[in-house]
Ligand binder design. Structure first.
Ligand code: RIB
Length: 306
């Protein structure tokens, strides 16, 4: 079974601030650093550091060599990565003194995926292979359509939840990996699509996950809740994994680390329970370090931790 991650690559411009800027306010930052990021790139690096081979497809621009170099340095297959004569995607990230982050994306090359790149890339994969997707590239619906027709297992991290994402039919997805905010947004959009009574809209993230699972019983759902742990729903199975307590300095890419470690473990045949425990440890380590992909630990460190 091969793993293909068709996903974004961003140059992360990370500003260290005391508190996030508020509407109408001007603030000074304490520090500016540049990191390799993008949910796609981070998740590929997490999969690879967790010990599983992964192919990364997507687009960088003329200024994106640091991103392709980072993939290669992490032993990720890059033959389906294209370099275009437009700017690379980037993210403007504020990290506060409490380690929280907020992010503005500029799509750049991530939004220039073509239908022929999709067709060509998918022709190298077959039924049973895993396709991992986030929502930072264009043509997501087409990718899902074509991968579903081939019988690939589709893991979707619906981040960020946008109008494009709301068009996706979840019945083609094998596993949804999402956080609390995404669960609430997706639930609200399903309620609207299926014309369900607004009064019956679930309130808590856990209820949202359960509601999505009952609307799509074939869908596995992995909900991450930061320090509140994570839950997994599959068929009749329900599993809760606690988060490991640490002092967070930067939570950027914690979810990406969790996603990559979970998929790597599942692809080598581990149970969801074992995969979640390892993923929870890896993301706990990641939040104690600065940066996105730079913070993702190697599997040896995770296995030796606690
Ligand atoms: O999940 C963190 C990532 O989100 C950052 O690396 C940034 O590039 C955005 O894609």
């Amino acid at each position: 079974m091969k793993i293909l991650n068709f996903g974004s690559l961003n140059i992360d411009k990370v500003y260290q601030v005391k508190d996030f800027v508020r509407p109408g306010e001007t603030i000074s930052s304490k520090k500016l650093e540049f990191f390799c990021g993008g949910k796609g790139l981070n998740q590929s690096i997490a999969i690879s550091r967790a010990g599983a081979p992964v192919y990364h497809a997507g687009c960088i621009g003329y200024d994106g060599d640091m991103l392709s170099d980072a993939l290669t340095a992490s032993h990720i297959h890059t033959e389906y990565l294209k370099k275009l004569e437009i700017p690379t995607g980037h993210a403007i990230i504020q990290v506060s003194d409490t380690g929280q982050n907020c992010i503005i994306l500029f799509g750049g090359a991530n939004q220039a995926i073509t239908e022929s790149q999709i067709r060509e890339t998918l022709s190298h994969f077959s039924a049973g292979d895993i396709l991992l997707l986030q929502n930072e590239i264009n043509h997501l619906a087409l990718l899902i359509e074509q991968a579903f027709e081939k019988g690939m297992q589709i893991y979707l991290n619906p981040s960020p939840v946008t109008e494009q994402l709301k068009e996706i039919s979840l019945d083609k997805i094998s596993c949804l990996i999402l956080n609390e905010i995404e669960a609430a947004d997706l639930c609200a959009s399903e309620w609207e699509k299926q014309k369900l009574a607004a009064s019956s809209l679930p309130e808590s993230p856990k209820e949202c996950a359960r509601a999505l699972h009952s609307l799509y019983p074939g869908l596995q759902i992995l909900l991450t809740m930061g320090t509140g742990g994570s839950i997994f729903l599959s068929g009749q199975k329900f599993h809760f994994q606690e988060a490991f307590p640490v002092n967070a300095v930067d939570t950027t890419a914690a979810g990406d680390t969790f996603t990559g470690y979970f998929i790597a473990a599942v692809s080598r045949g581990d149970t969801a329970e074992a995969a979640m425990e390892e993923a929870a440890k890896a993301s706990a380590i990641a939040v104690t370090r600065a940066g996105a992909s730079a913070s993702i630990p190697l599997r040896e460190e995770v296995l030796a931790w606690k």
